[in-house]
Design a protein around this ligand. Structure first.
Ligand SMILES: [Zn+2]
Length: 170
């Protein structure tokens, strides 16, 4: 008589018990339990996602929000760079102040001006010579050939950025 293992009730019973015990044993191990639970959770959400009825206008709104957000970030520089708070520094004789403005997608020094060392009023150029500055309040004047000249100062500000040679108070 030919023995067929598949039909042997004893063997089936023994393997059945071992199999069930092994399954209980492995699913009882916390890590395996968590992995199994995690996989079934992911599968559940994948099914929810795949069977979700996405409306075209939802997609259009989502695209609109993304594009609008990108435009606002580009135009108004909502995310400020690290150097944004670097707005004041002493260069040669004078203390200079400026702000940053995004022009054509690039951060640029804006509203650069020197402060009077005596009374802290904004200095203005004497006639057309940019390097000769005078205080409107106390008449302090800084007349020099080149040192504290706005174009030079703005170049030095950019240079400080590339050298990371700047500090600021928040
Ligand atoms: Zn002054």
């Amino acid at each position: 008589m030919k023995w067929k293992w598949k039909r042997d009730p004893w063997l089936i019973a023994i393997f059945g018990i071992i199999g069930t015990k092994a399954f209980d044993y492995f699913t009882g191990i916390p890590i395996i339990k968590y992995i199994a639970e995690g996989l079934s959770f992911l599968l559940k959400w994948l099914l929810v996602f795949l069977t979700f009825n996405i409306q075209i206008w939802w997609l259009l709104i989502a695209i609109g929000i993304i594009l609008g957000g990108k435009y606002l970030i580009y135009k108004y520089g909502i995310f400020k760079p690290e150097f944004y708070h670097y707005r004041s520094d002493k260069f040669f004789v004078l203390q200079w102040e400026w702000s940053w403005k995004k022009i054509d997608g690039k951060w640029q020094v804006y509203n650069l001006h020197a402060k009077c060392p005596k009374c802290n009023t904004r200095l203005v150029p004497i006639e057309n010579k940019l390097s000769d500055l005078i205080c409107s309040r106390c008449a302090y004047s800084n007349v020099n050939d080149y040192e504290d000249e706005p174009r030079r100062i703005s170049n030095l500000i950019y240079d400080n950025l590339t050298r990371k040679n700047y500090t600021f108070e928040q």
